[in-house]
Design a protein around this ligand. Structure first.
Ligand code: G3P
Ligand code: CA
Length: 222
């Protein structure tokens, strides 16, 4: 069994404002193996790092992300994927969660660009989503991109879909896990990265299932 990977959720959401450059820098300082972040598209087609489809909860502005330009979003402190990757500079892998409609193609193209022009590797990226159709699109566009199948409903369905698209990993809500279903996913050669495991007790329990990585707001606690 390889070393358990520590993956910082939205950077380190437990310590800094989620999905901000400060949060990703703190994750690096805490020596995470990977960071998880969420993406939407701006009005000018930039890939923007934000969880919600509006800017209401995380900034002092109001409105849909897709109705602002990347420059306007920057003024609210919302970074582009490009800015986050420049900051990360290959110090850990990046789990890009496709949230916004239409993000599959731009993200697949963006990864290809970073690999060909900035010397990043496919192993520096992992693309996940609850929207399995978008994962299928990424897989078709570039089968080398590592794919993580997110589920909050069913490990069995996620496993079947992961087999179908030859995914790299399965990312279940940690409350769906048992020692047996973790072993089954691993027998099928998938990495298992549950989310979002935060309390000391839950971290201990999930570690006892021998998962491959844990996505947490407090990755240093893992
Ligand atoms: O990628 C795991 C986790 O981030 C999925 O849920 O709502 O935090 O994006 P959410
Ligand atoms: Ca997420």
């Amino acid at each position: 069994m390889n070393q358990l990977l520590k993956i910082g959720h939205r950077g380190v959401k437990g310590y800094e404002p989620e999905n901000t450059l400060i949060s990703f820098q703190k994750a690096i300082d805490l020596k995470v193996d990977g960071i998880e972040l969420d993406v939407h598209l701006s009005s000018d087609g930039e890939i923007i790092v934000i969880h919600d489809e509006t800017i209401d909860r995380t900034t002092n502005g109001k409105g849909l992300v897709k109705n602002f330009s990347s420059l306007q979003l920057k003024q609210f402190g919302i970074p582009t994927l490009s800015e986050v990757l420049e900051l990360i500079n290959k110090q850990c892998f990046v789990n890009i969660e496709l949230k916004g409609i239409g993000t599959s193609k731009p993200v697949a193209e963006f990864i290809a660009l970073f690999i060909s022009q900035k010397n990043w590797n496919h192993t520096d990226f992992l693309v996940s989503s609850f929207d399995w159709k978008m994962l299928e699109e990424v897989q078709l566009l570039n089968p080398k991109i590592r794919i993580g199948v997110l589920t909050e409903e069913s490990v069995d369905l996620a496993l079947a879909f992961a087999k179908k698209i030859k995914a790299y990993s399965i990312h279940p809500d940690y409350r769906l896990l048992t020692k047996e279903n973790v072993a089954l996913m691993q027998e099928n050669e998938f990495e298992v990265y549950p989310w979002t495991v935060n309390s000391k007790e839950d971290i201990q329990k999930i570690k006892s299932f021998n998962v491959n990585g844990i996505i947490s707001d407090f990755p240093d606690k893992i």
